[in-house]
Design a protein around this ligand. Sequence first.
Ligand SMILES: [Cu+2]
Length: 168
Amino acid sequence: MTLTPRRASSAVICSVLSSLLMVALMSGSPPSQAGDALHWKDAWVRSMPPAAQVTAAYGQLMNHGDEMITITGVTSTVGAEAQMHDVIAEGDQRRMTPLTSVEIAPGETLTFQPGGRHIMLLDVVDPPLEGSQVELCALSELGNRTCTQAPIERQAPATQNAHTGHHH
Ligand SMILES: [Cu+2]
């Protein structure tokens, strides 16, 4: 008669222990070197007509590290605010939707490009001239900033390895 309750309580202990183990595994990730692992490539900002207040920035963010990097925001010296946007199809319509965070797996590249994911620069009061450079930074979940100088261009600049599709 005592076997049944004993079994039951050891089963409870076992499930408590395994959920404690789960918590330990999930929160015990080692410190990340995300600040050094992330690199910008081919960033550029679309030039804007004099009265415009909004433009977009593009480029690639490469994760050269061996851990997932979560991008939680972007900043720029142009505009009061920068947002990451995705473009989603809704029937025949294509609509922009803000991205609060984007994960970049080890060895992967996050691409911001016309027609796809892009960076929106909002509330621009003094549009930068074509040919000038502006700063673009990506912020990671761990608080790292990865910045680049992005030229103001009318259209996507030609890239040196556009046809190889291989970086590294
Ligand atoms: Cu947008």
